[in-house]
Design a protein around this ligand. Structure first.
Ligand code: E4P
Length: 227
């Protein structure tokens, strides 16, 4: 399962890119707006941080297919590198997905809440579908179950479309979508740190440090080896 950063916070993206094995960055208009900065500069900065090979998913702000495609082309040319246009699942959105694919633009279908939305987007050629886990859980639906059935359906029908599970609040949600075969997740920078935190890990590291220093003092293995 691939990990992506769901953020437009430059410091958060920098940290994730430096320390975690990320495959890309995803944004949406809410995330972009929350950065309260120049849109074009923000996109440039994100691309500079992650480089051309990692995926950058940017959402359209248009609603009509022709306008979505125009934005997708402009964004692709501006953002460069490994670019995906995120398109919400609407009738115009589906039309735009096929049009973008015909123009060689990679597509992530977003705002997915049901299995049939995902299937329709896949048939329109979407490379990824992004079901919203926490928002489903919040309405007493079951985000993990929706992902499980999308993965199963895509496998059964031989579809190459991947699931990019989105909208997470907890590590448990991330773990559970991994266990039902999500191909990728996009999570905020804080959740990256929480996913690898465990007090017993910290305890183990402290014990390694104190046992070592009782014999070797302040010198690290590298210091001794380079003497
Ligand atoms: C990503 O594609 C979504 O836009 C995002 O994960 C939504 O997350 P939220 O429900 O936390 O706003």
């Amino acid at each position: 399962m691939l990990f992506m950063v769901d953020s437009a916070d430059i410091q958060g993206i920098k940290k994730c890119n430096e320390f975690f094995p990320i495959s890309g960055v995803t944004t949406n208009p809410t995330i972009i707006s929350s950065a309260k900065s120049d849109f074009k500069q923000l996109l440039r900065d994100i691309r500079d941080i992650i480089g051309d090979d990692k995926m950058l998913h940017v959402q359209t702000t248009a609603c009509v297919a022709d306008d979505i495609v125009r934005e997708a082309e402009l964004l692709r040319d501006f953002v460069g590198g490994n670019f995906y246009i995120k398109i919400p699942i609407t009738e115009e959105g589906l039309k735009a997905m096929s049009m973008c694919k015909a123009r060689g633009i990679k597509v992530t279908a977003t705002a997915i809440f049901t299995q049939q939305q995902a299937l329709m987007a896949a048939r329109a050629g979407a490379d990824f579908v992004a079901p919203y886990i926490n928002r489903l859980d919040n309405i007493i639906s079951d985000g993990v179950h929706v992902v499980e059935e999308i993965v199963k359906m895509f496998n059964m029908q031989g579809l190459k479309t991947k699931v990019l599970a989105a909208s997470f609040k907890t590590c448990e949600q991330v773990h559970k979508v991994a266990m039902v075969g999500a191909h990728s997740v996009t999570i905020n920078p804080d959740l990256f740190s929480t996913l690898i935190y465990h007090p017993l890990t910290m305890y183990a590291i402290d014990a390694f440090d104190s046992d070592w220093s009782m014999v070797y003092g302040n010198k690290k293995a590298g210091d001794i080896l380079s003497e």
